[in-house]
Design a binder for this molecule. Structure first.
Ligand code: ADP
Length: 505
């Protein structure tokens, strides 16, 4: 009997293959980074061919490291960087342009143009998202408008689109017009701007408004079902591909936050808080996105509210790479701990505008409250605190939209290694912060989705039993101090706004 499930995590900076056992423990893993291509300020691209090569390579090395073969792997699940758009030729399998990455802001003109009629919330009721450069629909339109010959070919039905889950599945299952399976799951589809939240189908009117032919779009499937079998790669030949979840939804699933009212926050390059609203579609009045949490086979979908914060861990990288304040990200802990507080400094990292709950593209970074007293240690501290303050504001929005107050927050991601930050987070939230035993929640969630589809795991209850608490931080700050700090943070946020105007880009 096959004992393991493989997850392929096609992320923003790397692709990974991780093999899990029945208890959710990691048996083997392999990772390879791909090039970040920055052709101009604000543009971020990946080479899809390099990504597919890396995916094949990590599959091979994850298997060989532990002497495994396809006979040991019951199923494969995919999780992926969301919104990153690939357009390729159905016949040759070649991309017509590099993948345009979720962080890329080149489509602001497209957003402005579409928002002229009805504003940025023009499609929000149907798709749960405001018009923003972040989402893949604007990136598909850019490729069709700007890559020579693309629109003619697309109109003739020769080009197809996918986020990187689609790209990987299409290649795994054959990679050609004859046998490549062209699918995506509801969670990825809910990040395009094109999927109707009720019908879970592409909306023809919105596709038309964007000028994107429906023939380009993948079939929308559930997050957990057998899509097809691996065909192309010798390594996993015949193994069913049975799970797809966008990375943040996969982390939610890996955290076993299956039910209404459960939430997780992932602290990486950015922060993504997902709050499960069960079978109910909750429209936000507080700057959150309405998105799909997951859908298991024929069962009803689960929805979520999401607060996306653009800059958190990447601010620590900026201290390292642009200011040279530290040599490595973990060093920020000691530097911040060398002072008892932020010395009055507040750092609003609106480097590419503010995401949730403000959605202000006109904002830019602001470091305020400076006096001659402030040192590099205070700045390091203010940078860390910015992550906690931003998370607090997203949680306030979640509480307001959902009408319930979250009583604890499950956390994961690279920054949760930082003990002082997690304590400050609990202090600023006023609720406990909890880290699970298995922190590779993103890959685990994809493995779970695939394993459920083929009966490797029986049901959600069995997965919930795998979740175990590793560490808990309880709030220690008194209310008066918490509210004082929040007031100052909110004031600092106002200082970052209204910076971009016609002669400042
Ligand atoms: P992603 O998946 O988005 O690439 P990770 O979950 O791997 O990110 O987290 C890496 C991020 O965490 C980096 O942006 C890094 O700056 C930050 N980071 C890593 N260690 C620490 C630490 N000890 N304190 C604060 N931030 C950290």
């Amino acid at each position: 009997m096959k004992q393991y499930v493989m997850a392929i995590d096609q992320g923003t900076t790397s692709s990974r293959a991780i093999v899990f056992d029945r208890n959710g423990n990691i048996v083997s893993s392999s990772q390879k980074e791909h090039e970040q291509i920055f052709p101009r300020a604000g543009w971020v691209e990946h080479d899809p061919v390099e990504i597919w090569d890396n995916v094949r390579e990590v599959i091979g090395s994850a298997l060989s490291k532990s002497n495994l073969t396809s006979h040991d792997i019951a199923t494969v699940g995919i999780t992926n960087q969301r919104e990153t758009a690939v357009v390729w030729d159905r016949t040759t399998g070649r991309p017509v342009y590099n993948a345009i990455v979720w962080q890329d802001t080149r489509t602001q003109d497209i957003v402005d143009e579409l928002a002229r009629y009805g504003g940025v919330d023009r499609f929000k009721k149907q798709v749960g998202l405001p018009l923003a450069t972040y989402f893949s629909g604007t990136k598909i339109k850019w490729i069709l408008d700007n890559v020579e010959g693309a629109r003619t070919k697309a109109d003739a039905g020769d080009l197809i689109f996918g986020t990187t889950d689609s790209w990987v599945v299409w290649n795994l299952t054959g990679g050609s017009a004859d046998d490549g399976i062209h699918v995506t799951d509801v969670t990825n589809a809910s990040r395009t701007l094109f999927m109707d939240l009720e019908t879970l189908q592409w909306d023809n009117n919105i596709l038309e408004d964007f000028g994107v032919p429906r023939s380009m779009m993948p079939e929308i499937r559930s997050s957990s079902e057998v899509y097809g079998a691996v065909h192309h790669s010798q390594l996993l030949r015949g193994v069913p591909v049975a799970g797809i979840l966008g990375d943040q939804q996969a982390a939610t699933f890996g955290q076993a936050a299956f039910g209404k009212g459960e939430a997780k926050n992932t602290y990486g390059t950015g922060c993504f808080l997902i709050f499960n609203t069960g079978e109910e579609i909750v429209h936000s009045s507080n700057g959150l996105l309405t998105t799909l949490a997951y859908k298991l086979g024929d069962e009803k979908p689960h929805y979520a509210l999401e607060g996306s914060i653009a800059v958190t861990g990447s601010l620590i990288q900026w201290l390292r790479d642009n200011l040279g304040l530290i040599d490595s990200a973990p060093e920020v802990e000691a530097l911040a701990a060398s002072v008892p507080d932020n010395g009055g400094a507040y750092f609003v990292p609106a480097f590419s505008g503010l995401f949730a709950p403000y959605w202000r593209p006109d904002a830019r970074g602001a470091l305020v409250g400076l006096t001659r007293f402030v040192t590099r240690a205070h700045i390091a501290r203010a940078a860390l605190e910015a992550t906690a303050f931003q998370t607090r504001e997203v949680l306030e929005a979640v509480n307001a939209d959902s009408g319930v107050s979250l009583t604890e927050l499950k956390v994961d991601g690279g920054m949760v290694a930082n003990d002082a930050l997690m304590q400050f987070q609990a202090d600023i939230l006023g609720v406990a912060v909890v880290r699970p035993r298995i922190v590779e929640t993103t890959a685990l969630g994809a493995a779970y989705a695939a394993g459920l589809a083929i009966g490797f795991w029986k049901d959600l209850g069995e997965l919930t039993a795998n979740w175990g608490e590793d560490k808990r931080w309880a709030p220690q700050m008194d209310d008066a101090e918490r509210f004082r700090q929040l007031r100052l943070w909110k004031k600092a946020v106002t200082k970052s706004m209204d910076w971009i105007d016609e002669d400042v880009k």
